[in-house]
Design a protein. Structure first.
Length: 325
């Protein structure tokens, strides 16, 4: 299998931590014989040194010409001030660089890197996310984009965007999982000493008052439900386990996790089904039972809604990927 080429684009006032995320995650993704599955290069628009948001500059090895050979382009986040006219100076060079990409190139933005993509019209009509602190301003400045401030990342096929800071890790691991399956992504996560995925979205990180009563948190109930995914679980049962009313439990759950209890439960069932599709030869109806969907028809409906393909198509893709990497 050919090594996938990732090119990371750095703007002036780049955030160094986030700039390093793609290289750390993608270089940690290894095939069955330990071979690297990605190569990562870093570039600037002019090939020159790049200022950072900290008290040092960075020297990169490539200019924008590197983008033309990329399979995936990751635009790194930078310190953004919408009142600073100097920020506009990168937009036309960026738009010109994007025009050099091959049609099959995947484009990824981390955190505030969604801003220049939106300003260049690259996200018009698409769902996207950015750091929750910038979401309102982005909505006002770029109304043609379907901003979602409650998620860690958005996968819109050939264009993917992430929320702030560590959400870049989540998105890069998601890309590895999509490309090579859960086993490779989990291995990369272990190497980087990070969780292979996180529950919920940005809503759990938005500033709000800390609950006064830790015993009212929904974490214990989530753990209880995760151990019983093969069984029917009603909203009233979840609320009962947490010793709350359904209304109060639903409100607290959304505050802590960023989605409704029902949506969260479906996501956990789909994740379990994906793992079983990748890692076992169980028949579809058995997977449906173990994941709590009950019937193969229900499993097919939810898997297709979540990832856009049927369970059999998903299995063929990732079982084949495991045998060829």
């Amino acid at each position: 299998m050919a090594v996938h080429r990732v090119v990371v684009l750095a703007f002036p006032r780049v955030y160094p931590f986030e700039l390093g995320i793609p290289a750390r995650v993608f270089r940690a993704a290894r095939g069955p014989d330990g071979e690297r599955l990605y190569e990562v290069a870093t570039c600037s628009l002019d090939g020159g040194p790049v200022s950072t948001a900290e008290d040092f500059d960075l020297v990169v090895a490539h200019g924008a010409e590197a983008l033309a050979a990329a399979d995936t382009v990751v635009v790194a986040p930078f310190q953004w001030d919408p009142e600073d006219a100097a920020a506009d100076s990168v937009l036309e060079p960026l738009a010109a660089a994007l025009r050099t990409l091959r049609p099959s190139t995947r484009v990824v933005s981390l955190c505030t890197a969604a801003v220049p993509l939106a300003a260049a019209g690259f996200l018009d009509g698409r769902p996207a996310t950015t750091h929750w602190q910038e979401a309102q301003r982005c909505q006002e400045l770029f109304p043609a984009v379907k901003w979602d401030a409650d998620v860690l990342f958005v996968d819109d096929g050939d264009v993917l965007t992430s929320a702030g800071v560590a959400a870049g890790v989540d998105l890069c691991l998601h890309i590895v999982r999509q490309d090579h399956g859960s086993a490779v992504a989990n291995g990369a996560a272990r190497y980087c000493v990070v969780p292979p995925w996180r529950e919920g979205g940005q809503a759990q990180f938005i500033e709000r008052a800390v609950p006064a009563d830790p015993s009212a948190a929904t974490a214990a109930t989530r753990a209880w439900a995760m151990a019983r995914l093969d069984q029917p679980i009603a909203l009233a049962e979840l609320a009962g386990h947490a010793r709350m009313s359904v209304r109060n439990f639903s409100r607290r759950f959304r505050q802590e996790v960023g989605m409704t209890p029902v949506d969260w439960l479906i996501r956990q069932r789909v994740d379990l089904a994906r793992h079983l599709l990748e890692a076992t030869d169980l028949p579809i109806d058995h997977i449906a039972e173990r994941a709590g969907f009950g019937t193969a028809a229900s499993l097919r409906q939810h898997v297709r809604a979540a990832i856009g393909v049927s369970p059999n198509a998903y299995r063929r893709t990732f079982r084949a990927a495991e045998t060829t990497t």
